[in-house]
Design a protein around this ligand. Sequence first.
Ligand code: MLT
Length: 410
Amino acid sequence: MAKINENYLKLKAGYLFPEIGRRVRAFTEANPAAKVIRLGIGDVTRPLAPTVLKAFHKAVDDLGTIDHFAGYGPEQGYDWLINEVIEKSYKPLGVELKTEEMFISDGSKCDCANILDIFAMDNVVAIGDPVYPVYNDTNVMIGRTGEADEKGYYKGIVYMPCTEENGFIPALPTTKVDIIYLCFPNNPTGTVATKAELKKWVDYAIANDAVIFFDAAYEAFITDSEIPHSIYQIEGAKKCAIEFRSFSKTAGFTGVRCGLVVVPEEVMGTTSTGEKYSFNKLWLRRTTTKFNGASYPVQRAAAAVYSDEGWRETKAIVDYYMENARIIREGLASAGLTLYGGLNAPYIWLKTPNNMSSWDFFDKLLTEANVVGTPGSGFGPSGEGFFRLSAFGHRENVEEAVERIRKNLK
Ligand code: MLT
């Protein structure tokens, strides 16, 4: 009989969001009249920007013509999209990138997982706690860890607690690590990092020959001009950082699927015999072998995000969500809750009232207020006692959810 990958058996729970979905389904089946408002998973609700939709339609029509039909594209993405992102999104930050350093994909979640393919198994990995579960679980799946302890920490991973005390920004590891996951603006806590903060990490990575995986999926939600959008705004980062970006939250592509990875040519690793090798070359090799590129219409739609009109419309959608974030923040703060995030980030991270556990608060809100959020403990042990609300809902639902939570707290 074929043998299974037993690393999967080490995983303690099902993936967080399907588990939430299961509980919500059980509740709605038992209470069909309940009008449940979902502010759990960070899934967008606004339709695609009209200019983006038009480009998407046109590209689909292209596929129906002999002259404009597109078959396999370049596995790493079309130059016209890559160059548009570099020109419109990186250059204004003062970041110069080569076309060959950017890879277009079908989404950032897969990229964050797949990148592990090009790193040796004996690298020591550091991740935040709480954290986007994909970073942790994919390291377990690939076999980099031992079993989890009773708290949920897997042997072999260096966890960096992000707590109220440290402002949800982890301290530098005290032991040597080789790979560091950073996500700013942060999912789940909504924390942002200043340039000075990121500089500490870049300096650490350079001093320790480590590589930073910088997840910038939420950079479009930054409104404060002092907060960096890209790790490459920090001197030296091109030597030590791989950056992930996503069109999911920025442009409403959660269902469309498009993301990108930047692997600068200067980011080097070594072979077991000490020869230096460029991760860019390995990632290109992996991509051309295991991927056939994001679809042509999707890449056309993504490129339209960066047209003048497309960007104006997309920005208006981002602003809509940030207004939701303000409504949640102010509405719940005035009801006495302690909360973080929601500024420069679409997630609000709140402290559960009366020291309730995250899942108890989840159940209470679901059953009494019919509002769904995400239990903080689902993102890691240090998330216990916290709860995440997403600002990606419809405005009237967000307003009603805030009212219901306020009433529920009385
Ligand atoms: C979240 O809610 O944390 C995100 O939607 C998950 C994701 O982007 O995969």
